[in-house]
Design a protein around this ligand. Sequence first.
Ligand code: XMP
Length: 507
Amino acid sequence: MVIVLDFGGQYNQLIARRVRECNVYCEVLPYNTSIEKIKEIAPKGIIFTGGPASVYAEEAPHCEKEIFELGIPVLGICYGCQLMTHLLGGKVTSATVREYGKTEVTVNAKSLLFKDVAETSVCWMSHTDYVEKLPEGFEITATSASCPAAGLEMPAKKLYGVQFHPEVVHTQEGTKMLHNFLYEVCGCSGDWKMDSFAEQSIKKLKEKIGDKKVLCALSGGVDSSVAAVMISKAVGRQLTCIFVDHGLLRKNEGDEVEKIFTEQFDVNFVRVNAQQRFYDKLAGVAEPEAKRKIIGEEFIRVFEEEAKKIGTVDYLVQGTIYPDVIESGLGKSAVIKSHHNVGGLPDYVDFKEIIEPLRDLFKDEVRKAGLELGIPEKLVFRQPFPGPGLAIRIIGDITEEKVKIIQEADAIYREEIANAGIDRSIGQYFAALTNMRSVGVMGDERTYDYAVALRAVTTTDFMTAEAAELPWEVLGKVSSRIVNEVKHVNRVLYDCTGKPPATIEFE
Ligand code: XMP
């Protein structure tokens, strides 16, 4: 195992992820983890992350100097490199200009860290301070135009530092550098895989939970499903999953989720059919935020009622994944929409602690873990689906009839996208019901029916997105099937807007 010491940088989990991609297990620990603890873990290597501080600042996070005497290889990245320099007697100085972005760096191929790395390549820099004087025994291994010591090392003590960020994709040879550190310097064997993560997590969860009771609000999405299955593998029927069917799920989704969880996994599965309750509350409400609030509140009510039947539980499981942690950590951005997730419940349920088994994983890693746990591909690769469900894909007020229309149209759209083999290349796609009705002609008759909007976007982070360029034949087929097979639809539109200025959902 390798440990990543967290000095507050924004790419810390990304470092952990890159290490895992090299098939080496890794954990992120706080910067002030004690030497005793590190000795106990006996990692094969330690990586210091970047961080926003200056090593000379009063509050700057420091680790103990003794860490360099353990004989464990250390790789310091950005602030981590500066800190190593500072603690070992070198000098760090503030530059007048910040070096930021893609930067050409030249490396010395003799360094183990840069074995088989191109002599000159683009690296990602983000720093103001830099290493002005090396600690004794160190040598320079990389340079850039404005950074004389972009790489430094003391191989005899297995200490390495880089000023740039090898974990970021913009660093062209970054993966190779991390690979070199792990394999050439630390001597890792690379036998770790996602199944070991699942196995180790299950073992840890078993120890933590013991004979206590666990409750999970299952949405049927990938994250909560993987979290629930992991817990069920650890403690079986000590886990109760409550699945609230609010009547705003995609076609057949409620039944599919129920089938998977009751037939394939050993959990207490409670499905609450609360469809009518939600439709009643939503009747006549057209304003998007009002709809979201009603659904969020009603969801809590229903969940609370069911949870009460179970009584006090010890743990509440949440399918929080790493991007959620970053998003909530930022917390400064304006509220564009009030996100409703099954995660936002705790105040109302009697429990002692939250467990978040997927907190360190990125979405694709969660999917890998899901496959390892035996969750069917259909669920693992399910499209992201918002908590308020189809309510935010129906403009204007919601009725049961409108829900049915959009369920049918969406099912056709999804089927054709899958038939065309492009389902995994689109970030998100769905059909939405506009509130517009217009004149059409079908057979010899005049119709006055709804327009369905098709949305498909490509995105990496869901914060920005572009309309996907779907093949015209696919759009044509979908549109003809929808108007022919779904009653009360006589027009199909394609949304070509990106985010911004639009959002991905259609509300
Ligand atoms: P927008 O529409 O804001 O959506 O561009 C960005 C991503 O977030 C999803 N989304 C939600 N997910 N609860 C969720 O779990 C919500 O309330 C919610 N609102 C939007 C949306 O599907 C897209 O992937």
